[in-house]
Design a protein around this ligand. Sequence first.
Ligand code: SF4
Ligand code: SF4
Length: 80
Amino acid sequence: MIRIDQDLCTGCGTCVLVCPHGVLAIEARKAVVPHRHRCIECGACQLNCAPGAMHVTKGTGCLVAIIKEDILKLEPEGCG
Ligand code: SF4
Ligand code: SF4
């Protein structure tokens, strides 16, 4: 699960750049989550958010990604 503290977000866009699945976007100078279902909860956005606005809680996202990509051999959504 992803949660963004809008008060801390500076709209720098780093999380959008590092997200491997195209989950995030910037709107009105704040990070938003237009494609939440694509998130694999890798934590890259949280690790690279300098102000600490991004919070990722491990849930079922990684498992869903493993099933889709490694077992069902589906293309990752949002890549490319
Ligand atoms: S990296 Fe952090 S501060 Fe920058 S846009 Fe993303 S959530 Fe906001
Ligand atoms: S946890 Fe990973 S996949 Fe999910 S929004 Fe952050 S960088 Fe993207």
